[in-house]
Write a protein that binds this ligand. Structure first.
Ligand code: GLN
Length: 191
């Protein structure tokens, strides 16, 4: 049976389980390295990347997740995207996992009170669909390598990226009940 893990160290993980539940996909919480043994993919949720980075080390999950990413798909939303980056601009507190070959700038869409929802176009299989992107102290992707595909942009900045089987986005699809990204993650398991 296929199981998708949701990293439960900190942040907005509960709603990711709800999205998987609504899709009829099994999901399990990941809190310890051994939890990765029984999942086939992983979601790193939004939250606070400084705390997440500390907890990854405290729970000895850093290397197991980096190893897991070599064989299994990972999806990061907001702080999860920050954790998946290769580099973070002007930052020393967060040590990213280097799963996506991108550079991010934390909080670049403004402070908490500037949280908002913007319509974006998502380019998938030669089709363009319009979705809402909820931005909460969101990171901006400021650089990326040629092997990272941009599926969506906010103004001129990439907002959804795909590198091989790994997916990342600056916003919170789970807050708007958007299932499309969880489906992409799940579908990449059957390839
Ligand atoms: N600004 C947060 C950080 O840098 C991310 C915010 C979020 O996940 N909504 O970790």
């Amino acid at each position: 049976m296929t199981n998708i893990g949701v990293l439960e160290l900190q942040g907005n993980y509960a709603l990711h389980h709800k999205i998987f539940f609504d899709l009829g996909i099994n999901s399990k919480g990941v809190k310890l390295p051994k939890d990765l043994d029984s999942v086939d993919g992983l979601v790193i949720p939004g939250g606070e990347s400084t705390t997440m980075s500390l907890l990854l080390d405290r729970f000895r999950l850093r290397k197991p997740i980096i190893d897991f990413a070599k064989e299994n798909p990972i999806m990061g939303t907001c702080a999860g995207l920050i954790m998946m980056a290769k580099k973070i601009e002007n930052e020393s507190k967060v040590v990213p996992l280097d799963i996506l070959d991108i550079t991010v700038n934390r909080n670049a869409y403004g402070r908490q009170i500037m949280s908002n929802k913007v319509p974006i176009n998502l380019e998938l299989n030669n089709e363009s669909i319009c979705i809402d992107a909820t931005l909460i102290r969101a990171p901006k992707i400021t650089a990326l390598s040629d092997n990272v595909m941009v599926l969506s942009k906010i103004k001129n900045s990439p907002a959804v990226v795909l590198q091989g089987m790994h997916l990342g986005m600056s916003f919170h699809p789970e807050l708007d009940g958007l299932t499309i990204f969880h489906e992409i993650l799940f579908n990449s398991l059957s390839k």
